[in-house]
Design a protein around this ligand. Structure first.
Ligand SMILES: NC(=O)c1ccc[n+]([C@@H]2O[C@H](COP(=O)([O-])OP(=O)(O)OC[C@H]3O[C@@H](n4cnc5c(N)ncnc54)[C@H](O)[C@@H]3O)[C@@H](O)[C@H]2O)c1
Length: 326
């Protein structure tokens, strides 16, 4: 099978490519080719027997999506996107990439007459306050950010194009992926990872919101697990509501810090400095907290069940099992 990945140079993209190359197949079908697209040159994996090709450019540019779809991918992972903080700061860019780029990709598929499976990474930002304590699967969508609005539009397109039979789509509403490896990005949620990642690297981290903030997380491992499972699931089981809220671990920031303390010790946790940031707090206040995610669990999507497991996954996958000696 041929797989196209947009946003292939991003965090989730790189993790997904690593897993696909390791597995060599998806749902029992051998991967023959990987087409990797991003506005930043994607790294080509070392993968014997898999023909990997990198495409660099803006997905929203005229003709970009047609060229990718002309290669007839059997499976499309649409991960490219401008993240929350950047989409809020740059209105035009957010709509151009997250809405126009998505529409162009979906239309290129529609006009090709080819009918791949399409997995789209949406976000829990499609929900907006006020929230019940646990957000049920059928909670209405009233996003409070431009990013959430753009993701919701992508979800609606995905559901409609699937209903019309142009492709077979699944929308994956990712919770915050934590611990995000590497450098921080422009997501307003970046500190949720920063307060774990930086201390585990022996560095100070800033906590810009109160410890009482509740948020739902899943590890990069789980994010990749969701994407693989979405590709193999029988979509008749999903029905017309193609966009699924993924499971995750709902915890307070204080509980996140407790996990870090249990795993790495109090000296590491003391590297977190609390400096309130009104801009981040204004965004985070309107974010969803905990989710029921019953539909996705019933469909076999799984995530960690404690924040300790999320910290452990980071220590194993990114730090070779080593903790800082403080
Ligand atoms: N990481 C999370 O916590 C999280 C949570 C919810 C949803 N998501 C969504 O999952 C997807 C992947 O997330 P991520 O964490 O890997 O983000 P990321 O920022 O690491 O990766 C996104 C990639 O999209 C690329 N991109 C941006 N504009 C582009 C354009 N015009 N043309 C082509 N490529 C472009 C970027 O260069 C980047 O490599 C995104 O769509 C994101 O919105 C992520």
């Amino acid at each position: 099978m041929r797989i196209l990945i947009t946003g292939a140079a991003g965090m989730v993209g790189r993790k997904l490519i690593g897993r696909l190359v390791r597995d060599g197949s998806v749902g029992g079908k051998r991967i023959a080719a990987l087409d990797l697209h991003d506005i930043v040159a994607p790294a080509l994996p070392e993968a014997a027997g898999i023909e990997s090709t990198a495409f660099t450019g803006d997905l929203a540019d005229e003709g970009a999506t047609e060229a990718l779809i002309a290669r007839k991918p059997d499976l499309v992972y649409h991960l490219a996107g401008v993240v929350s903080g950047e989409a809020e700061a740059n209105f035009d860019l957010g709509y151009r990439v997250n809405l126009d780029g998505t529409r162009r990709l979906f239309d290129a598929i529609r006009l090709s007459g080819h009918r791949p499976k399409v997995i789209f990474t949406s976000s829990i930002a499609v929900f907006g306050a006020p929230f019940p304590e646990v957000i049920p699967d059928d909670f209405f969508n009233t996003p409070m950010t431009s990013y959430g609005t753009q993701k919701l539009m992508g979800e609606a397109l995905l559901a409609d194009y699937s209903r019309r039979g142009f492709f077979d789509g699944v929308g994956i509403r990712l919770p915050t992926i934590c611990v995000r490896p590497g450098k921080p990005n422009k997501a307003a949620s970046g500190f949720f990872s920063g307060i774990i990642r930086e201390p585990l690297a022996g560095q100070e981290a800033i906590l810009p919101v109160p410890r009482s903030v509740v948020h739902t997380h899943a590890s990069p491992r789980s994010a990749v697990g969701f994407l693989i499972h979405a590709a193999t699931i029988d979509t008749d089981r999903i029905g017309p509501r193609r966009n699924l809220t993924m499971p995750g671990v709902g915890v307070t920031v204080g509980e996140q810090i407790d996990s870090l303390t249990r795993i790495a010790g109090p000296k590491v946790a003391a590297l977190i400095k609390e400096v309130q940031d009104p801009t981040i707090w204004a965004i985070v206040q309107n974010w969803p907290t905990r989710f029921e995610a019953k539909r996705s669990r019933d469909l076999g999507f799984t995530a960690e069940t404690s924040f300790d497991q999320i910290v452990q996954a980071h220590v194993e996958d990114e730090l070779g099992g080593k903790l800082p000696a403080l």
